[in-house]
Design a protein around this ligand. Structure first.
Ligand code: WAQ
Ligand code: MG
Length: 251
């Protein structure tokens, strides 16, 4: 049978915990077997303490065992990269792609505007892919997908296929985008990092895969986040329950 897996997640803030007004610095989550748990915790603490968004003074790491009967195994989304020369061109491309993925013009405009004007979002904003209104009530906490990671074999295979992409940042983003793409009611996702030095973002959906766009914001900009576009028949408790509770391993 499969090994027991552990979910590990981290969040870090400066100026106290997020819920007491601390500024969001960094977060992360993965799913690992017991023998890799200590190394994963160390990696997350290192990530929190060495971050371009600031100097964390609150770091929380939570570890939970995941029952292996509840583990869903998924293949990673296919990856492509669109090289663009400016933020304007990148956003234009994001708009075209998201329209093609089934998101309305209004919802795309609202999503981009939301990310552009947000510098302190910990999770994702859930937005109607039709009307473009925000559907969750989580404020700057947002909705975080958790309990997901790579299997060791899966990551080895994937990183051999895409050696130029094999960084922790891209690997984590592929896990997240893949889990989200398999959620019930999802239409598409839009993301760019809130880290000021990282300007590549992506749009994704199950059918068309993970499409990287090399400029979605200017260097030095602290704005960023994620928009999960959902269909209008969404049952939010089911959608959020999948993101937070269902354990997903990429193979
Ligand atoms: N669930 C939901 N939203 C999340 C999660 C999560 N587990 N983790 C992060 N977010 C949201 C949150 O609003 C963050 O502020 C925002 O996403 C950005 O997170 O080259 O580095 O970890 O292919 O800064 C994408 C492109 C990089 C990678 C994304 O995001 C590539 C990135 P960050
Ligand atoms: Mg970040």
């Amino acid at each position: 049978m499969y090994e027991e897996m552990y979910s590990i997640r981290m969040r870090a803030a400066e100026g106290g915990p997020h819920e007491h007004g601390g500024f969001h610095i960094s977060g992360g989550e993965t799913l690992v077997p017991k023998d890799l748990l200590e190394a994963a915790a160390k990696t997350f603490v290192h990530k929190a303490l060495n971050h371009s968004r600031g100097d964390a003074d609150f770091i929380q790491v939570i570890i939970e065992k995941v029952s292996s009967d509840h583990l869903v195994r998924l293949p990673p989304l296919s990856v492509s990269t669109e090289a663009v020369n400016s933020v304007e061109e990148g956003r234009h491309r994001a708009i075209e792609l998201l329209q093609n993925f089934g998101v309305s013009e209004m919802a795309i405009a609202n999503g981009i505007e939301r990310l552009q004007n947000t510098t302190d979002l910990r999770g994702a904003v859930i937005m109607s892919a039709v009307g473009g209104e925000r559907l969750d009530d989580r404020g700057s906490r947002g909705v975080r997908a958790t309990r997901m990671g790579w299997s060791q074999e899966g990551y080895t295979r994937w990183s051999a296929l895409y050696p130029e992409l094999a960084s922790p940042r891209v690997a984590e983003a592929i896990v997240l985008a893949t889990k989200v793409a398999y959620a019930p009611f999802i239409v598409a996702e839009l993301c760019w990092s809130d880290d000021p030095e990282y300007v590549t973002g992506y749009v994704s959906c199950r059918e068309k895969g993970y499409v990287r766009i090399t400029h979605l914001k200017e260097k030095g900009d602290f704005s960023g986040g994620r928009i999960f576009y959902v269909s209008d028949d969404v049952q939010l408790d089911q959608f959020i329950g999948f993101l937070e509770q269902t354990a997903v391993l990429l193979v």
